[in-house]
Structure formats: structure tokens, C-alpha cells
Design a protein around this ligand. Sequence first.
Ligand SMILES: *Cc1c(COP(=O)(O)O)cnc(C)c1O
Length: 352
Amino acid sequence: MHVDGIPLLAFASNDYLGLANHPDLIAAAHAALDHYGVGAGASALISGHSVPVAELELALARWLGFERCLHFSTGYMANLGILPALIGRDAAVFSDALNHACLIDGIRLASPQSLTIYPHGDVEHLQRALSNCPAGEKWIVTDAVFSMDGDMAPLPALVALADQHDAMLIVDDAHGFGVLGEEGRGSLAHHAIHSGRVLYMATLGKAAGVFGAFVGGSYDLIEWLMQRSRTYIFTTGTPPVLAAACLASLQHIRQDQFRRNRLSQLARQLQDGARDLPWALLPSRTAIHPLMLGDNTTVMRIAKGLQDRGLWVPAIRPPTVPPGSARLRISLSALHLPQDVTYLLDALKELA
Ligand SMILES: *Cc1c(COP(=O)(O)O)cnc(C)c1O
């Protein structure tokens, strides 16, 4: 990337598969631009729903095994729309302490009668809270892969708890879709989860390399969301050009296993190489690898030192992460080469 004209080797993007600049996606976008123009012109339910968006919804549903999918303009809009549309005022909601901001905001908008924020990934705590909960309607809400930690939610255990306590589980797979599971189908495929209790949402702006998001589910669930999600109903429809680029991206997500192989190889190299550093690299099998530096001053000093060496790794500080857990969020892409990771590790060793 170029920042103020200076070329930097970036470990800073969510373009995990390196598809954002792929010529096939660009060609698909060009063709759609020529055919449909730039804007959707209206909200989806008025006249802004287009053939490429409909095709994308169908392609996602067929591929992932949902009855239907509903496309949203972004992941943020999806979560702000679906949580209030589904969660009743009398419901009890159980939310992982490290959930993404848009899940938190979606829960706030839903304003359920009871909200339990359980310690990150703490299944036993959640089990107790569910057992003590008298509400008839219960929702567990979680990131599948946590955006600032790179670890995976214990989804199989969460599904078991949902079964046991007659709860529903909302899974946000922003960082797992495209990266995990066979053909990049995401976190549910990774854990071989098939459950009617799970509501799946993923974004198309990260591994898919484009923009947008979708929710997958039963026919009735999607129908309900179309009629009730205010961020679907009262916003301009997605430009067809974006859906066309996403359709081209799906082909590559499915076919290009070599991109996921490269990511795993780079992840292993980074995890192994970081053992010699004085800081802890959180264990991760995803594209996100946080190097825990602790205080804000250190993280800013190391980030600056890396930048002086031509490297861009974002410094993440509170309130994005809990106090005292400032970190460098190293994100890998299939476009990185092994020598890029070596260069990063060497620079970190110099600065340590
Ligand atoms: C990035 C992210 C989102 C938001 O998706 P956008 O499409 O960028 O709005 C939602 N959830 C999680 C966990 C994310 O990391």
C-alpha cells in the first residue's frame, strides 16, 4: 500500500484471500457498470433490487445450504437490522464480552429485558446464566472469529447449550467466511454445524474482497427479515456492480484452495517465528494474529518503528480492546509471501 506516497508492506487489511484487486472481479464489475450504471436508485423493496443482487442471494443460498439468503449493504447494517427484527422485548440475550461493536449496537437497539455479557468464550459461565434464566425467549450472540483476537468461538458447545436451553444462536462470521471450512464456506462448515437454531450472518467486505453482507436461513426467517429489518427496508439498495463483483468473488473463494493453503502456511510461519519475541502472539489459526504489547506507549513506539522500516501494522488500543491489552493486529493475506513474514519478524526482533 502507499501511504502519503510512501510504499509500505501492509499487514493491515481484511482482504484475507487477496481478491480485492483480482482481475476477474474487476472485469465483472466493469461489465455490470456498463449494463446497470452506478447506483441502485431506490431501496430494495421499492425498485432497487437488481438481478445481480438476486443472483448473489441465490448463489450464496445454494452453495452454503440455506433455503434463502438476504443481502445487506454492510455487515454493520445487517446486525443493526436483524437483531432488533428478531429479538423480542421480553427476551434474554447472552453476548460474548468481545463481540463486535455492531452486534453490541444491534442488541442495544433490540433493548431486550435482560442482557448477560458473559466472559469471552466462557461456556461454563454461559451455561450457568442460561440455567438461571426464566425468560421464555433466549438468544446467544457471538462473533465466530473474534476481530481483535483472531480466536474462534466455541461454536459446537454454544450450539449444544442452545439445544439444551431452547435458545437461538446468532453467529457473525465476518472473519471466518472465505477463510475457514471446505471451499471457504466459513465457520459453520469448519465445525460441521447443521442446526436450525443457528442464524448465520457474514460479510462480503473482508475475505470476499468486495463490500456487503448477507444472512442465511429458512424461507420464513428471511421473509420475516425482509419485512422487519429496518436497515434493509429503509436504505438504498446495493449497487448491482458490487453484487456482480461478489458473484465473481464467490467463484474464486470456492476454487482457489491455494489461497487458504497459503494463509495457513503464513500463519504457521508467523506463529513459530514469534516464539523468540518478548511479547505474546495470541495463538490463531485464522488470518488475524494479535501481538500483545500491553500499554499504549509501547504499541505506538513499535508501530512507528515498523513504519520506519516500511511496514504497516495497525496499533489497536482501548477502547477497541480492553484496557492494558494494546496490541499490534497483524493480519495476513494470501498475497503475502513467506519472505514478507520473515521481514516483519526480523523487524520486530530488532525493535524488541
Ligand atoms: C467488520 C465486521 C463487521 C462489519 O462488517 P462491514 O461489512 O464492514 O460493515 C461485522 N461483524 C464483525 C465481527 C466484523 O469484524
